[in-house]
Design a protein. Structure first.
Length: 126
């Protein structure tokens, strides 16, 4: 068994795809439009779905905003250098919400960025 994907509902699919590809460097792996069911999907990730977990971005026609709730935490991405990744995110127009530094009570270096819909993405230094 393995994790296949995590689904995030987004308010503007083009904006979200631009963030995940342009700011975080993922690739669009596939898209599906279901007009009769009134939704569109875009699967994004760093590699082929047969070997890696990916994100499923779901746009429901006519819904431009979601309440994130307090149950969802974040998506985590491994990076070689968290501070450099934060600088790159900023340079590409993204938002850093926690600068690179050790996790509370530990030594692992982490940072947080936020996507256009408010989802948190943790950057964990390898």
């Amino acid at each position: 068994m393995r994790i296949l994907h995590t689904m995030l509902r987004v308010g503007d699919l083009e904006r979200s795809v631009a963030f995940y590809t342009g700011v975080l460097g993922m690739k669009v792996l596939r898209t599906t439009d279901r007009p009769e069911q009134k939704y569109t999907l875009a699967f994004v990730g760093y590699g082929d779905e047969s070997a890696q977990a990916v994100l499923e971005l779901t746009y429901n026609y006519g819904v431009d905003r979601y309440e994130l709730g307090d149950g969802f935490g974040h998506v985590a991405i491994e990076v070689p250098d968290a501070a450099a990744a934060c600088a790159e995110v900023r340079a590409r127009g993204g938002t850093v919400t926690r600068e690179a530094g050790p996790v509370k009570g530990g030594t692992t270096v982490i940072a947080f960025v936020q996507d256009p819909d408010g989802y948190k993405i943790e950057l964990i230094e390898r």
